[in-house]
Ligand binder design. Sequence first.
Ligand code: PLP
Ligand code: COI
Length: 337
Amino acid sequence: MSEINWGQLGFGYVKTNCNARCEFHDGKWGEVTLTTDETIPMHIAATCLHYGQEAFEGLKVFRGVDGKARFFRIEENARRMINSAAYLKMEAPSEVLFIKACEEAVKANAEFLPPYGTGASLYVRPLLLGITAEVGVKASKDYLFVVFVTPVGPYFKNGFAPIDVVIERDHDRAAPRGTGHTKVGGNYAASINAGAAAHEKGYANELYLDAAEQKYVDEFGAANFFGIKDGKYVTPNSRTVLPSITNKSLRTLAQDLGLVVEDRPIPYEEIKTFEETGACGTAAVISPVGNIYDPKYDVTFHYDAPGKVSTQLFTMLQDIQYGRIEDKHGWTREIDI
Ligand code: PLP
Ligand code: COI
């Protein structure tokens, strides 16, 4: 393994020792195996390639202050993959199989888990692919489940530093009754153009409004949205938003802080009334938003970021993830590496 400068890591792919795999054939899952192969041999007519029959997950392992390694809410990721797969008529690994494959991939790559204090963590990427050769649009009979890991730093440059974002009005990431609530590649394919345009203009991410009317806030290309005002944590309740595990956790932590949690549609007009807004997700953790620009009205909504509540939530979340405070909600799962 070449020397990794943990503190300088961005969010990208670093080659590790191996990945874990498991295949579904004839109605059942096989054994989990480890392979050093970073490629996937696949039929040219596999359904994942043509019809987007694929789902993925993203979760992290943290090296704690006490030296222990911990997954954060891995069971939730397993359940979300089961939901995503069901929506695309795919076979999903059971919760037990999902966790086993993740554990094996992490154990076989223990030296890639960033040390405590570097701000980095080990990102785990489970991937589910339909691999049967079909030319008609239909579900695969065969599936490949792969888990690879890669050490990562912050998704948005500079970690817990304010980001500027732009409201996206020319592209939707998900249709009103489409796949937005699932973690499938198609949602991200739909967002790549808008994401690239946002980056070119210097914005960290694009913020989507509801696809039907553009009247409500949905989410960012790679994270959920939350706003803080009047002692409340407000986050969109929308069928087209990915049910973020980080956001779910922040809702609980906000309650622990004595905030009222409102899970409801957020009208566009409300954006200017928030004291703080932020992006949250596994990769993003919490990224406080400094400015939201709306090209339609050439208006910028500004926040003095990072705000007090976002900072408290970020600290509480990371204290649990890095084992600095008691995990009273039972969110972490130790892994012996
Ligand atoms: N929304 C989108 C579109 C995402 O890609 C992610 C990342 O997984 C999230 C939200 C945050 O979800 P989670 O907190 O489960 O990582
Ligand atoms: C995550 O936060 O895990 C994500 O999947 C976001 C992005 C990298 C797609």
